[in-house]
Write a protein that binds this ligand. Structure first.
Ligand SMILES: Nc1nc2c(ncn2[C@@H]2O[C@H](COP(=O)(O)OP(=O)(O)OP(=O)(O)O)[C@@H](O)[C@H]2O)c(=O)[nH]1
Ligand SMILES: [Mg+2]
Length: 239
């Protein structure tokens, strides 16, 4: 890990009333890492594949980060926010919008993977079974998967279905990081409560990344830090 330079406070977050430094689970980055993360996500990002079966996934030649979580939690939106684009990953206010495993190549440095949401019941039974099967096969068996960003709506917290996915990732030994989304929609007090309860849950989990990310794609909170985190990760792996 390349940790040079001075630790800088998240000025934007402090100004907006959420002092991220009060929260012990928050990961810190040097100014150099923040800048490297910004640059990494300014580079070209190409859509590689929309896989509906495992055989359509590309050869695992790059470290891969997948965005998983319940339907409508903001997976596609956060990928767009990271890339500073609106339409790279397709978003919708209708749950169940992403129906395939969408893979993006970030300048030959990393694959970003937009997964369909789980826990959504407004599709046909056979369609749900196909998505869930694909998600599970992908999460269990992808050799190049270096981290799963497990997105959780900050208004709702961890649900049973999130716990099920965490169990699967624990068994598969895939590191996952809890990422709270839509923090623009809750109060600082509720966010702190949520952090405390979630921290208690992940403390006992071997495969859980020990830092929780707090984000609002709408207000771009936590997005520069997430870029720095993914930059740091990209430096740790080569395939
Ligand atoms: N207020 C707010 N809304 C958000 C944020 N992130 C996403 N949304 C909204 O949440 C809705 C769902 O976002 P998507 O990114 O399509 O969610 P998804 O997890 O990809 O959903 P599926 O593909 O259906 O699993 C959209 O209306 C987004 O605009 C956020 O940070 N703040
Ligand atoms: Mg989506």
């Amino acid at each position: 890990m390349n940790k040079i330079g001075k630790q800088i406070p998240n000025q934007e977050a402090i100004e907006d009333g959420v002092d991220f430094f009060e929260i012990p689970v928050n990961e810190e980055f040097s100014s150099d890492e923040m800048e490297a993360g910004r640059k990494m996500f300014c580079q070209q990002c190409e859509f590689v594949a929309g896989a509906t079966v495992e055989s359509q996934l590309p050869t695992p030649t790059l470290p891969e980060v997948a965005f998983a979580g319940r339907s409508n939690v903001g997976k596609s939106t956060i990928i767009n926010a990271l890339l500073g684009q609106n339409k790279k990953a397709r978003t919708s206010s209708n749950p169940g919008h992403t129906k395939q495993v969408n893979i993006f190549d970030l300048s030959q440095q990393m694959f970003l993977v937009d997964l369909p949401g789980y826990g959504f019941a407004r599709a046909s039974k056979s369609e749900i079974a196909r998505w869930q099967g694909l998600i599970l096969d992908y999460l269990k068996g992808r050799a190049s998967l270096v981290r799963v960003m497990l997105l959780v709506d900050s208004r709702r917290g961890l649900k049973d279905v999130d716990h099920e996915i965490m169990k699967i990732l624990e068994v598969s030994g895939v590191i996952y990081q809890i990422v709270f989304t839509k923090i623009d929609k809750i109060s600082k007090k509720d966010l702190e409560k949520l952090i405390t309860t979630t921290k208690d849950v992940i403390q006992s989990k071997a495969a859980a990344y020990p830092f929780i990310a707090m984000t609002s794609s709408k207000e771009k909170k936590g997005i520069p830090e997430l870029r720095a985190s993914l930059f740091r990760l990209s430096q740790q792996f080569s395939f």
